[in-house]
Every structure is written in structure tokens, then in C-alpha cells.
Design a protein around this ligand. Structure first.
Ligand code: ARG
Length: 733
């Protein structure tokens, strides 16, 4: 038996997930792990009403929105609610200078006006299953990490194939707890998802980058879509014959509002967290990864901003790109700040010291626990140079659009070089490249990209040690005297890849020789080949060591604390987080209330600052106090509120659900004081920022005049309302 540990120790371990509000739990395990705690917090539903495979449950109203966000179904006609920043790409793709839906908002006043979106999907979870035994039984400790990974991939594929049978479902197996557990997920994926409505940016993105990742917040960060199916109710690509989804469940909407202390849960698809990261990982984030990403993004944003401000066409084309680069630019700044302020390094070190005491005490039974941290430590120490190259590859080389785009022609080169053997494959490739090319140039401005290229690649050249340079840097040194502006100028002059017509022309009659002589293509291959030949092999060895170490360390932690409930890191699978509506004290002498109102929007209004413009119509509604049924008891219009739910990127758009299973808000952000939250949850400070559903309804109804959308929803004003069938839980499926 493993030895028990002392009390001081338990204290430490608490920072790994014992608070009721901390944790992104797997819906399948709620009944066993969390149900009692949830009831204590005020939940009135049964576990079966949250997750069930036999009857309608909350999970049936939750979707993965395109794989990068979350969403919820809010009517029996497939109406889907998510964040404005999740719909941003779609909204932007339909916008032009003349029809600028980003600035003006967009509202479909009839079904015919709803706008289809290629590449967007809504994915429902049909069921999940623990397949740990099946996978582990095929593995053994003698395997190298590579063999292990191959075996896992093979077994996972077999399990998925078997579960899929002849259904139209998508099935995947994913690993949890650093490879100690495995779960299978069966999904139904709908690919006809149409834009229904979006407020103008001055509401949906009010506060812009200044307010991003911050509380108090005044953003109406929501947009509406609709899921369509084939006439048979099954997933189908866009067709005018498709019909609105008839969902297994949709969320009734509560107009009752939130009070501090109210139960709140969030269900959605958090992307990734690193809660079991060791002190060595924290150190690397602080010393290298975060500052490098921030430095490169600083430059890129500066260049984009200048060109966007100078030209409205460029502003629209680059709006979505700018927002996503900037979102994580600010994230990494905040994460480093949080890691330092909250002493995360020291907390991790203390936990590791205690782990070592435990591992030593149990050395005889399980010697591998004793070496896990050494493996991890060595892997980090050996990784600094390779990590830097990796960061420069993704942030600088691939952050240059022409390089990334040229690189997407690699497959064509290989296929062409292999000759006519497989003409069909070549033709398919050409067709899909033509499509991508048209897509790519919709949002492209060559002069901007040329500046980005010169600046970012110069940084790469200066910051990455010479031994890790790609060969193309020799050309810049010798032929251009190290002048990156000159080099970029010539690349853009001679390459076909900055010009749509030239690329389309090339694709009419592609040939390897021309491709291999193109300077952008030469640069792209040089960066990528250098990475795969020189950097990736180092990282492979480093990661093998680290993966093994992490797997044993996480297993050890769980053995060390057998009574504690552990939750796995986020990995884009469905999770539930529960807690309550709650304000916080961000710093000495300062307290934050749990909600904001339209009054605060007016306080922040500054029509000379694009981030804080308030639309005239909203000012009018404010002046008339025309809030209708959406006001709270004090007659205020609540805009946003906070809860202590544990969420992260990917959760954006997730429903905030009350004790009865009714929708009260839409989660959209985290807060500045706890930006290190993906690495260490901070119960005193960490909050989840949500749009109040009443603000969303108010904007739809009073601002947009889209009352027909409100009509299809189910609004509830009492505890125990009569509900239409699809809005009830526990219906036989
Ligand atoms: N920080 C939010 C998230 O990652 C995105 C908010 C978008 N707003 C913005 N101003 N960029 O989910």
C-alpha cells in the first residue's frame, strides 16, 4: 500500500483541485464525483437531467461551435446562441465596406436572409465512454514513447470504428490525465450553420482590446446562428432544401436575473489547460515562451494596426486576424503577470517537494515515481534552444501570411514530382488549392504582409542562435547584406504568392520547376525543412522524456492523495463547471460587484475612441429607460455578471445555467487578476465573465427589432413553469 501523507501536505495539494468551484468535470462522472456538492450549492436537477444517453438532458442543448468555441440551442427550431467573438469570423466574411456587418450589425428578418457559412459546424455529444482498460491493456512499460503513441493511435482507431458502425456519427478517443486514462466521444456534426444575427461591434465588442480579459465589463458579446439539417433531420451540407434542426433539448431562458450566491453552472468545450504543469514548465513560460510570443506579436500588431487605420478595406480584411493575434498577445502578458503576482512558481515547487517526500517513502513499491520529476526537469533544461526555434517558426515564419500560404503548396510539389501516376489525386489537390486561394485572397493585403515579413523574419534572424538558422538566411546575408526590407521587397516582386491572378494562373498549369524557383516558396520550404530536419528531432526526444515524466508524476499525485477528486486538463471535450454568482476583491481596498449595468456603458462611452463608441439607438433606449421585461427589480438593465466557474478559451459561448436548468447568461471571458488560471486556479480571484441573458434579449428585441426571434424562445419568469416538450428534461429519446 502507498503510505498516507501528513496534514500540511494536504493543504498544498488543495491547490490542485479540491475547491468546489475549481474543476472542469466530465459530464459522465458528475453523478459519482460532483452531484452531492452541486446539490449543496443549490442545484435542483438530477444527475440524469444533466447527462444521460437514454433521455433528453442538458448536454443535448450544448454544442461545440466549429471546434473553437461553445454554443447552446435556445429554441425548438435550432436557434444557436454563442459569443460575438466566436461568430466574428463568420460575420466578417459576409462584410464589405458597403455592407459592413461588423460596424452595423446584421439581423436576418426572415429565414431566407440567414447566411450560410462554409467550414462552420455545430457538434453535439451523443455519448461518452471510459475506454481506459481497453487502451491500457494494449500497452506495456517497456514500450518507447513512440511505440506507445502508435499503439494508442491504432487501438483508438479500432475502438472508434467499432463504435461508429454504420452510423453517421463521428467518434474519437482522447487521452486524459497525461495519458493515464482514455475516453471515447460519439458526436453528431451538423455542417449547415447559418448566421442569424449579430449586434454591431460597438455592442458585441464594446471595450475592445482595452477591456478584453477584464472585469468590470460592459460587452454584449453574443451572436445568433441557426443549425439546419437535411429534410430527413440528419446532418447535411448547405442546401436551400434544408430545414431547421429539431433538437433533443433546448434551454428555456430565465428572466428572473441573478443574485450573489446563486448556483451557476457552465457547460461547454474548454480547449486546453495545464493545471499539472511543473515548476520547470512555469519557469520556461516566464523566461522564454511568453515574452517571445509577446515580443513577436507586439510587432505584428503594430504593423497591422497602422495599415488598418489607414484603409477601411484593410480594416475589414484584417479585423478577425487582428483580434485573434491580439487576444492571445494580451493573454500571455497577463499570464506572466499572474504567475509572478500569485507566486505560482513557489507553490509548484512546494508541491513538488512534498511529492518527492512521498515518492521516497514509497520507493520500494514504485521506484518510477522517484525519477519522474528529474525526467521533466531534464527535458525542460534541454529544450530552450529548440523551443525558441519552434516559437519563431509558428509566430514569425508562419505568422507571415505569404510564407504560410506558399507552404500549403508543398503537397502539390510532391504529387507533381511523382509524375502522372495518380492524375486524379493531382486534380483533386489543384481543385482544393484553387478554393483555398480564393479564400486566402479575400482577406489579404500584400503591402501589409510584406512589412510583416521583413520585421518578423529579421527578429527571427537576430534572436534565434545561428546554428538553428534556416538556410534561406544565408541568402539574405550574402545577397541582401542582411537587409530584410530589401529581401522582402524582392520576394514580393518576384513571387506569385502575393497575387491571386498569378496563383490561379499557375494552378491552370502547375509545374514543379516554377514552384521551386519562386522566392516565397523557397523561403517557406527553407523554414519548414529546417524545422523538420534540425529542430523537430530534438523536440521529439525532449517531449518523449517529458511525456513519460508527466504521466508518472500525475499518476503519482493521484496515488498520493487517494481521497481527493481530480479533474483532467481541458482538451476540447465537453466539461461542466459549477459554482456560484460571486464578486471579488481584486486588490487592497478594492471590491468588485458581481454585475454591471447599462449605466456603466454610458460611463465608458467615448465616441472619439473606436473601442468605446456607443450606438445612438442604444443611447436613446438608455435615456428612455425603455428596458421592458429585461430590467431588474431596481429598474436597471444588467449587462454582464461574474461567477466563480472554472472556464478557459473554447468555453466562449457556453451557457451559464441556473439551478433549474434555465439559461441565465453566456460565458465570454476570464479576468485580468487571474490570467495564470490555466496553470493554477485561484479561487479568491478567478472569475468567469458572462453576458446577462436579459441584455442579449434586450438587444435582439429593442435594438434590432428582431422580436420574431424572441417569439421562438421559451422565456420563464417563475420557478416551475409549464414547458414545451423539447424544453423539458428527462424526455424519452
Ligand atoms: N478574451 C476572450 C476570449 O479569449 C475574447 C474576447 C474577445 N474580445 C476582444 N476584445 N478581443 O474568449
Amino acid at each position: 500500500m502507498f503510505k498516507k501523507i501528513t496534514a500540511t501536505f494536504l493543504m498544498m495539494a488543495l491547490s490542485l483541485g479540491a475547491f468546489a468551484d475549481e474543476g472542469m468535470w466530465l459530464p459522465l462522472l458528475i453523478e459519482r464525483l460532483n452531484y452531492q456538492d452541486m446539490q449543496k450549492y443549490g442545484l435542483k436537477l438530477t444527475a440524469e437531467e444533466i447527462y444521460s444517453v437514454n433521455q433528453s438532458s442538458l448536454k443535448d442543448a450544448i454544442v461545440s461551435f466549429g471546434g473553437f468555441c461553445s454554443g447552446e440551442i435556445i429554441s425548438d427550431e435550432g436557434l444557436l446562441l454563442t459569443n460575438h467573438h466566436c461568430g466574428y469570423g463568420a460575420i466578417q466574411s459576409h462584410s464589405t465596406v458597403e455592407n459592413d456587418y461588423l460596424s452595423e450589425g446584421f439581423w436576418a428578418m426572415s429565414r431566407e436572409e440567414e447566411l450560410p457559412n462554409e467550414d462552420l459546424y455545430a457538434r453535439f455529444l451523443i455519448r461518452m465512454e471510459d475506454v481506459t482498460e481497453e487502451v491500457l491493456s494494449q500497452l506495456n512499460p517497456m514500450m518507447s514513447e513512440e511505440e506507445r503513441a502508435e499503439t494508442i493511435a491504432r487501438v483508438s482507431k479500432e475502438i472508434a470504428k467499432e463504435a461508429k458502425g454504420d452510423t453517421h456519427y463521428d467518434v474519437v478517443v482522447k487521452e486524459f490525465f497525461a495519458g493515464n486514462e482514455f475516453y471515447m466521444f460519439v458526436y453528431e456534426t451538423f455542417t449547415d450553420v447559418r448566421l442569424v444575427g449579430a449586434p454591431p461591434e460597438s455592442i458585441g465588442k464594446f471595450g475592445g482590446d482595452t477591456d478584453n480579459w477584464m472585469w468590470p465589463r460592459h460587452t454584449g458579446d453574443f451572436s445568433l446562428f441557426r443549425v439546419y439539417t437535411g429534410p430527413d433531420g440528419k446532418p447535411a451540407d448547405y442546401s436551400p432544401d434544408n430545414i431547421p434542426l429539431d433538437p433533443r433539448h433546448y434551454l428555456p431562458i430565465s428572466l428572473q436575473g441573478v443574485q450573489e450566491g446563486d448556483f451557476a453552472m457552465v457547460m461547454g468545450y474548454p480547449g486546453s489547460t495545464d493545471r499539472y504543469l511543473t515548476s520547470f514548465g512555469v519557469k520556461q513560460a516566464l523566461e522564454q515562451t511568453n515574452p517571445t510570443r509577446v515580443k513577436i506579436r507586439d510587432k505584428r500588431l503594430e504593423i497591422l494596426k497602422e495599415d488598418m487605420e489607414a484603409n477601411p478595406d484593410v480594416r475589414i480584411k484584417y479585423a478577425s486576424k487582428y483580434a485573434s493575434v491580439s487576444n492571445y498577445w494580451k493573454y500571455f502578458i497577463g499570464q506572466s503577470k499572474g504567475l509572478k503576482n500569485l507566486n505560482v512558481l513557489a507553490i509548484k515547487q512546494e508541491l513538488e517537494d512534498n511529492y518527492m517526500i512521498w515518492a521516497e517513502a514509497n520507493e520500494e513499491e514504485a521506484p518510477e515515481y522517484l525519477t519522474a520529476l528529474d525526467l521533466i526537469k531534464e527535458s525542460y533544461e534541454a529544450s530552450y534552444d529548440a523551443n525558441l526555434s519552434y516559437l519563431y517558426l509558428v509566430e514569425a515564419a508562419l505568422g507571415t501570411e505569404i510564407i504560410r500560404f506558399a507552404n500549403s503548396f508543398r503537397g502539390l510539389e510532391t504529387a507533381l514530382a511523382e509524375g502522372q501516376k495518380d492524375q486524379q489525386r493531382i486534380n483533386n489537390l489543384i481543385e482544393s488549392l484553387k478554393e483555398n486561394t480564393l479564400e486566402h485572397f479575400k482577406n489579404y493585403n500584400a503591402p501589409t504582409d510584406q512589412k510583416v515579413m521583413a520585421a518578423l523574419l529579421k527578429m527571427y534572424y537576430e534572436d534565434v542562435p545561428e546554428k538553428d538558422h534556416p538556410p534561406v538566411f544565408d541568402i539574405v546575408k550574402e545577397k541582401y547584406n542582411g537587409n530584410f526590407e530589401k529581401w522582402a521587397e524582392e520576394v514580393f516582386e518576384k513571387s506569385i504568392f502575393d497575387d491571386k491572378e498569378a496563383v490561379m494562373g499557375f494552378l491552370q498549369n502547375p509545374n514543379v520547376k516554377k514552384l521551386k524557383k519562386d522566392p516565397a516558396y523557397i523561403a517557406a520550404t527553407s523554414f519548414i525543412d529546417n524545422y523538420y530536419k534540425n529542430i523537430a528531432p530534438q523536440l521529439k526526444e525532449i517531449n518523449a522524456k517529458r511525456d513519460r515524466g508527466n504521466r508518472v508524476f500525475v499518476r503519482g499525485l493521484r496515488q498520493m492523495l487517494p481521497d481527493k477528486k481530480f479533474y483532467p486538463n481541458a482538451n476540447s471535450t465537453m466539461r461542466l463547471s459549477f459554482g456560484q454568482v460571486l464578486g471579488y476583491d481584486p486588490r487592497d481596498a478594492v471590491s468588485y460587484d458581481f454585475y454591471t449595468t447599462l449605466d456603466g456603458v454610458m460611463e465608458k462611452m467615448d465616441n472619439t475612441d473606436p473601442e468605446f463608441v456607443v450606438p445612438e439607438k442604444l443611447v436613446e433606449l438608455y435615456e428612455q429607460k425603455d428596458y421592458g421585461q429585461y430590467a431588474n427589480e431596481e429598474g436597471e438593465l444588467v449587462v454582464a455578471f461574474i461567477t466563480n466557474n472554472d472556464i478557459t478559451g473554447g468555453n466562449s459561448g457556453s451557457p451559464v445555467i441556473d439551478a433549474n436548468g434555465f439559461l441565465i447568461g453566456t460565458a465570454f471571458d476570464g479576468n485580468w487578476e487571474a490570467m495564470s488560471g490555466d496553470i493554477a486556479f485561484e479561487p479568491e480571484l478567478q472569475r468567469c465573465i458572462n453576458v446577462d441573458i436579459r441584455y442579449t434579449l434586450f438587444i435582439i428585441d429593442k435594438m434590432a427589432g428582431a422580436g420574431h426571434l424572441i417569439e421562438e424562445m421559451t422565456l420563464v419568469t417563475e420557478e416551475d413553469p409549464e414547458l414545451p416538450e423539447e424544453a423539458q428534461l428527462g424526455e424519452e429519446l
